[in-house]
Design a protein around this ligand. Structure first.
Ligand SMILES: *Cc1c(COP(=O)(O)O)cnc(C)c1O
Length: 411
């Protein structure tokens, strides 16, 4: 591969124009959209409108005038298209962690006589934390968490398991489960499955209805570009709606919040997953950010994402300079998400040295250099240039400079 080929790839890229829909500093190569998505221009405009007009001028009237009250449903339905869910099964609210808590309790509630939650030890730590502590709050329905190695998950599926909780694309390695297959296997044993789609939504094709998925959660600020701390979402299949009870009953989930009845009666369908008031500012930016996807086919996104990561990998594998980096993601592109992971004893410092060169990647403890390929705003030339920078950092060992080993609170 030479630079000419790479320029050609950009010319033939049907998504190339999408980059203009984002505000990105011109000198920056942003390979961290899997951690915090870039700012869509629509989201910036919306933020200003919501603050200045809707809040500043409209004040409380805007709950009705700008349908703030319906935003969880409206935003949920925009996400539904990206995850292959028919209408009425997706709602936007809270964080992934909180939503996972609701879903775990809800799924356990409907699994009479079973109490085991099964997950893999590579799962995102926050997901493990939520499940670890759940039993303390489940006096009426005790539960236990069983954490096994990833390769043992299938063998552990039996009739004693109540809920299987997995993350579709692993946050570090980018390893992707075969969601359709695992869900079907679990169902053979009467197990309900909760998928965390944080690293998949907006990057890989999902078909939750076709794959008979029971429940899912996902993140609004990664590939969906909703902005820092944007709310997350919940999916629950229609067939479960008659038998759901989530523990964080709040007034927004009440069937008639403004009747101020002292007794809780849950709203219908997905509404019952709402707890408190929606965060209107950040839900608005997520709402606007989702419009960037309106004319995008997820298959095209996926194709480009794999072409970007494959190019990066090809350039790294072809060059001996990179032999000190250990490749940690799947060789088979069909089994990886939209990111690549390499381990290196100085992964953190390499990451900092790259950031100093305006190439933003990230580090995951203890030794992973993680490179994300958000296909809406990364070009093939970005990939080419980022590998050049990485090469220079490694050849010159500039990562050994003292300033690159200073760790901040957020890594
Ligand atoms: C980013 C991410 C989360 C985020 O959880 P929050 O509670 O929204 O902060 C959860 N799970 C996974 C797998 C993630 O990648």
């Amino acid at each position: 591969v030479n630079l000419q080929d790479v320029i050609e790839l950009d010319k033939r890229d049907s998504l190339a124009g999408k980059k203009d829909e984002f505000e990105l500093p011109p000198e920056l190569i942003y390979l961290d959209g899997n951690s915090l998505g870039a700012l869509p221009k629509t989201a910036k405009t919306r933020a200003r409108e919501v603050v200045e007009q809707q809040w500043g001028q409209g004040l409380i009237r805007s709950w009705n005038d700008y349908q703030w009250i319906d935003m969880p449903v409206q935003v949920g339905e925009k996400i539904a298209r990206l995850i292959g869910a028919a209408i009425g099964q997706t709602i936007c609210c809270d964080s992934v962690s909180v939503n996972l808590f609701k879903l775990l309790a809800c799924a356990l509630h409907s699994q009479q006589g079973r109490s085991l939650i099964l997950t893999d030890s590579d799962n995102f730590p926050a997901d493990l934390y939520i499940a670890q502590n759940l039993s303390k709050f489940q006096a009426a329905r005790p539960c236990q968490l069983r954490t096994v190695a990833r390769q043992d998950i299938e063998a552990e599926l039996d009739d004693s398991v109540a809920v299987l909780m997995l993350t579709h694309v692993n946050y570090k390695s980018g390893l992707m489960y075969d969601m359709a297959n695992i869900t079907a296997l679990a169902h053979q044993h009467g197990i309900l499955v909760i998928w965390d789609l944080s690293h998949s939504t907006g990057a890989v094709p999902l078909a939750l209805d076709d794959w008979q998925v029971d429940f899912a959660v996902g993140c609004g600020y990664k590939y969906l570009n909703g902005g820092p701390g944007a709310p997350a979402f919940i999916f629950a299949a229609h067939r479960h709606h008659g038998n759901m009870e989530q523990p964080l009953q709040g007034w927004m989930g009440h069937k008639s919040p403004f009747s101020f009845s002292p007794l809780y009666e849950s709203g219908s369908g997905m509404l019952q997953f709402l707890s408190g008031t929606p965060p209107v500012l950040s839900m608005s930016t997520l709402d606007a950010a989702l419009d960037v996807f309106a004319d995008v086919q997820i298959q095209n996104l996926r194709q480009k994402s794999l072409a970007l990561s494959s190019l990066f990998l090809e350039l790294v594998v072809a060059d001996e300079v990179f032999s000190e980096l250990q490749y940690q993601s799947p060789e088979n592109p069909a089994r990886r998400g939209s990111q690549l992971a390499f381990s290196h004893p100085h992964a953190f410092a390499i990451c900092q040295a790259l950031i100093a060169r305006h190439v933003i990647v990230d580090y995951r403890a203890p030794d992973i250099l993680r490179i994300g390929f958000a296909p809406l705003y990364i070009s093939f030339q970005d990939v080419w240039n980022s590998v050049k920078h990485l090469r220079q950092v490694i050849v010159a060992k500039s990562y050994l400079q003292e300033e690159y080993s200073v760790m901040n609170k957020v890594t």
